[in-house]
Design a protein around this ligand. Structure first.
Ligand code: PFF
Length: 448
């Protein structure tokens, strides 16, 4: 393992896994889904999903990675045989497809940051039109998406400690600070309390199947579970680290950031008299209008900080998505890291082009005949959400049926001698055995 690189210690791993978890979904997806699904009720179910069954899946996934000490494909092959290796490969391919569209949205955030800080964004009079024009401008988006992917590639080329760890050591604390600053600002606005009430006081009569479904999907995506990204990161964790503890810190940090993002967005939305149910465009269409209302100077500062925050959240997630296939080619095919990174970046960029062009530039990609007349980016996003849940479901089955719980428990005992016989062990074993496969199976069927 030594020449593959390791995280320098507990903090390095926790920051990298937290960086992978905290991403666009916390700041972009969580607030709009909460807004569409009744606010506080959504938050409540989301929290249940995270702690009831996502946390044990995370522990299991990292344990597999550390036990095998290799990439996702190699880990399943080593612990379960060649056939199980296919599950790892499935994750590697999913990671490539997720990054292909995720990078496009990250490029939008990057572009909005530039346009807010240095460009004319705050002078627009219709942000719906601005967004449509923005995403339709292939040249600009090409540049922003390529720029973001190059930044991701650069961090991954530098390797585990110098690249991935250093990036996260800078980005994660900055993200927290920017978020806190924006929350304090938003809470001082008139009518902020209406937003807080919407967000924190649940009305249980609003629960629908859709609410539960959205919360489940999001909780998986937000913790980066199911496709082997955490198997890969787990393979760089030293045996002396306590995986259960590290996973709980990552889970809490991710949940706190999503919670804080809601605390920032809803007071802003309510004080500007906007609808919280605006949908995916909430961040790109509603937020700029709010920044504009703050006046040219404050609006520019707060708006740029917000979109920078989005970029800071997206970058470590992109890094972990890229590391997943990179580790596969480095470990399995013995290709040099640098070459793998740049070849993969090229391939991922090409695969992402239809997503990039699916907002008007190419009408056929804007309204897919075979997918509810939705755009290509949404199609890839929905499809890969399925792969996360199916991957997670099969991973639990792998632990129970092939690798066996006692091997997982033995792995978790390294770095945590008190694990055997603890409540954590009983809880994780019970959930992986019963609740996770059942819920994930049901969910996968529902999605399909
Ligand atoms: N967790 C990231 C987010 O919340 O935006 C997305 C993600 C990253 C999903 C890495 C899957 C993954 F392997």
């Amino acid at each position: 393992m030594s020449n593959r690189g390791n995280f320098s210690g507990r903090l390095g791993f926790i920051l990298a896994a937290t960086g992978s978890a905290i991403g666009l979904s916390n700041i972009w997806r969580f607030p709009y889904l909460a807004g569409q699904n009744g606010g506080a009720v959504f938050l409540f179910i989301y929290l249940l999903c995270i702690f009831l069954f996502c946390f044990p899946v995370m522990v299991g996934e990292i344990a597999i990675g550390r036990a095998a000490g290799t990439d996702a494909y190699g880990a399943y092959t080593k612990l379960g045989g060649k056939k199980w290796g296919l599950l790892g490969l499935f994750g590697v391919v999913s990671g490539i497809f997720i990054l292909s569209y995720y990078n496009v949205v990250a490029g939008w955030a990057f572009g909005y940051f530039i346009e807010t800080a240095f460009g004319p964004l705050l002078e627009a009079n219709d942000y719906g039109a601005f967004f449509r024009e923005f995403v339709n401008n292939i040249g600009h988006n090409f540049f922003y998406a390529l720029g973001f992917l190059a930044l991701t590639g650069w961090a991954v080329v530098r390797g585990i400690q110098k690249g991935i760890e250093t990036a996260n050591r800078i980005l994660m604390p900055s993200l927290f600070l920017i978020l806190l600053g924006l929350i304090i600002y938003s809470l001082t606005l008139p009518n902020a309390m209406a937003g807080i009430r919407f967000y924190l006081i649940p009305d249980f009569s609003e629960i629908t199947a859709q609410t539960v479904f959205d919360a489940l999907r999001l909780s998986f995506f937000t913790l980066s579970l199911g496709i082997g990204g955490l198997i890969t990161y787990g393979s760089y964790v030293k045996k002396s680290e306590d995986i259960v503890y590290a996973s709980s810190v990552v889970t809490w940090a991710d949940t706190i950031v999503a919670f804080l993002a809601g605390l920032m967005v809803f007071p802003l939305v309510f004080s500007a008299g906007q609808s919280p149910a605006e949908g995916p465009a909430l961040v790109f269409m509603v937020m700029p209008e709010i920044f504009q209302g703050m006046g040219p100077v404050i609006g520019r500062i707060v708006g740029s900080a917000f979109f920078l925050l989005l970029c800071f959240a997206a970058l470590p997630s992109c890094i972990s998505l890229l590391e997943l296939p990179v580790a596969y080619f480095v470990d399995e095919k013995k290709w040099p890291r640098k070459k793998v990174v740049w070849v993969l970046c090229g391939v991922i960029f090409l695969i992402g082009l239809p997503s990039l062009m699916s907002f008007g530039a190419v009408p056929a990609l804007n309204k897919l005949m075979f997918y509810k007349e939705r755009d290509f980016l949404t199609f890839v996003a929905d499809l890969t959400d399925i792969t996360l849940t199916i991957g997670g479901c099969l991973m639990c089955i792998f632990i129970i049926g092939r690798w066996k719980l006692f091997n997982m428990n033995a792995e978790l005992t390294q770095g945590n001698p008190g694990f055997p016989g603890s409540f954590a062990q009983a809880y994780i074993n019970f959930t992986i055995t019963w609740i996770c496969p059942l819920l994930l199976g049901v969910l996968s069927v529902l999605i399909i």
